[in-house]
Design a protein around this ligand. Structure first.
Ligand code: RP5
Length: 152
């Protein structure tokens, strides 16, 4: 996608890619450029920290973090950046994604992470678009048109 990335997407594993396809599809539908990285908070903590710390300076406005099971990733990213972070709890085979949901949503005071539904990849993208649209009239217009269309 042309243009400097405005959304940083980070996922804990390659195995999260399929569930996150609606997220990248939606950003493309709205013409919002993104950067994507696969890095686990547990398996590659230093890579996660480095990427998160540099995201704002690289021009990112919002970060979307997707992870499953003991899904620390969005919270760890939030600990390293001042950017808003949206978590996507991945559906899991053992506990149905409740594990991921609770891991992401139960953040301690002072380090917020917005959390969409289990496998809520499209909503994560839509929320990121809404955040960016607060400072982008053209994107705000596109989102308003989408809302109007959805109401038909
Ligand atoms: C998490 O563990 C990932 O986000 C993924 O959802 C889950 C399982 O990862 P794999 O074992 O499939 O790599 O870190």
């Amino acid at each position: 996608m042309p243009g400097e990335p405005l959304v940083g997407i980070i996922m804990g594993s390659k195995s999260d890619s399929e569930a996150m396809q609606p997220c990248t599809d939606t950003l493309e539908e709205f013409g919002v450029p993104y950067e994507l990285i696969i890095a686990s908070a547990h398996r590659a903590p230093e890579k996660v920290a480095e990427w998160s710390k540099g995201a704002a300076a690289r021009g990112m406005k919002v970060i979307i973090g997707a992870a499953g099971k003991a899904a620390a990733l969005p919270g760890v990213v939030a600990s390293h950046t001042t950017l808003p972070v949206i978590g996507v709890p991945k559906k899991t085979s053992d506990l149905g994604g409740l594990d991921s949901l609770l891991s992401i949503v139960q953040m301690p005071k002072g380090v917020p992470v917005a959390c969409v539904a289990i496998n809520g990849a499209r909503n994560a993208a839509l929320l990121a678009i809404q955040i960016i649209a607060t400072g982008d009239a053209e994107l705000a217009g596109k989102f308003a048109a989408f809302k109007a269309e959805q109401a038909q």
